[in-house]
Design a protein around this ligand. Structure first.
Ligand SMILES: [Zn+2]
Length: 420
């Protein structure tokens, strides 16, 4: 009851702030002339459309009164920057055409995504193609919530897209068992949202920091680049231990339910209630849900057998091997190298199985063990180098403070990071 009230409260504050944001942007006055993609838009007839199936660059230009051999000339003179054969159905484009009666196309703007475009200008004898990037404002936001049933339900009720939920699930894939989330667990994340021209939402940036309070313990995640040469960011906890480690906690991405744990004394109807050891962990999930390799390795088996059904085995190194049973479909073959998180097959119900699930089996030094048991000591996450740790701790101190303390309502603490 208390939790749902808190969620409701968050929801209300989130929403009321969003309205305010809209109100402020409406005050922005546009000073003439209006420029779009760097062109004075009033000088042209503007045509906005989407590339249809089977349509080529030539077909589109022809429709707008540019003909061969001019089309060939455009294509060949810009091929270093833009290959016109690569225009894809479904992509939006803008044509700037002359305002006179010929309505002849002069500029073709191909939009790769919401932010990036290529401008092809052929209005003069010199044909130019150049990349264009819309101005992006990155806004740092924070959100917090309480788990009532699952992370995705809580994120949904906060009007956050599944993309952000996936990012969070990825960050915690090594440290948090999502099936173990309890009612009352809570979270707070600091993340970036990107806006085009200050108003149009263009997706999420990075999650900068996060804390998940699970069963009374704070699990922190801070994004940090430790290796300035590679520049690759990683997430670390408050002590500088990398969250990413050798094995994922689960071969399924957070939308699953553990239907049966590793249990040497299990009795099930299928075997007449005799003791039949269950040396795997069953993750129940919808038929067709992707199954991921829990660590890097080489596929040593990919076949179908009576009891196992469709299954894949991955040898990670001399010590560890994992197996994934009852797949509906396998996606890898023997000898393939797979990386942690790669999809190797899909959840099914093949072999001795009474429902859609993946039976996940784990070998350590030739013995089947329970990867979820604390007794099975799995390789530890890598700690930061001693020389970097002081800088890291100084870096996270204000972030940690922000995660731990009640601050102003969600959107009032926006920080504009860059405007270009
Ligand atoms: Zn099983």
């Amino acid at each position: 009851m208390k939790n749902s009230f808190l969620l409701l409260l968050l929801f209300v504050s989130f929403y009321s702030c969003k309205k305010e944001e809209v109100a402020t942007t409406q005050e922005v006055k546009i000073i003439q002339p209006e420029l779009r993609f760097g062109y004075k838009i009033d000088d042209y007839k503007v045509i906005q459309d989407t590339i249809r199936k089977g349509e080529s660059f030539g077909v589109i230009l022809d429709r707008h009164h540019v003909y061969y051999p001019k089309i060939n000339k455009i294509a060949s003179s810009i091929k270093e920057v833009f290959d016109v054969r690569r225009v894809r159905a479904g992509k939006p484009y803008t044509i700037l055409a002359s305002k006179d009666s010929t309505e002849k196309a002069q500029v073709f703007i191909y939009k790769h995504d919401k932010i990036n475009a290529t401008i092809i200008d052929f209005k003069d004898s010199v044909i130019v193609a150049k990349p264009f990037q819309k101005k992006i404002k990155t806004v740092l936001k924070s959100v917090k919530g309480v788990i009532n049933s699952s992370l995705s339900v809580s994120m949904d009720s906060l009007h956050l897209s599944p993309n952000l939920t996936y990012t969070i699930a990825d960050i915690y894939a090594w440290t948090l068992d999502f099936y173990k989330l309890q009612k009352g667990d809570s979270f707070k994340f600091m993340y970036e949202e990107k806006f085009i021209n200050d108003t149009v939402f263009a997706g999420y940036g990075d999650v900068k920091s996060a804390v998940f309070n699970h069963n009374g313990t704070n699990l922190y995640a801070f994004r940090f680049v430790a290796d300035s040469i590679s520049g690759i960011p990683e997430y670390y906890d408050e002590n500088g231990n990398m969250l990413r480690s050798q094995f994922l906690k689960s071969p399924i991405k957070f939308q699953y339910r553990i239907s049966s744990r590793y249990n040497l004394k299990r009795r099930i109807a299928h075997y007449g209630y005799r003791v039949k050891a269950h040396r795997g962990t069953d993750f129940a999930a919808r038929n067709g849900t992707p199954i991921m390799a829990t660590a890097n390795g080489t596929v040593t088996e990919s076949t179908r057998k009576r009891g196992n059904g469709n299954y894949v085995a991955v040898r990670h190194n001399a010590i560890y091997t994992t197996k994934y049973l009852h797949m509906s479909k396998r996606k890898v073959k023997v000898g393939d190298f797979v990386k942690q998180g790669d999809v190797i097959g899909y959840v099914g119900n093949t072999g001795s199985s009474s429902g859609n699930h993946v039976c996940y089996r784990f070998w350590k030094n030739g013995r089947e063990v329970d990867p979820l048991s604390p007794k099975t000591k799995l390789p530890e996450a890598e700690p930061l180098k001693k020389s970097i740790k002081p800088a890291y701790l100084a870096f996270i101190a204000p972030l940690k403070y922000e995660l731990e303390n009640e601050t102003l309502p969600v959107l009032d603490q926006e920080i504009i990071k860059n405007t270009d």
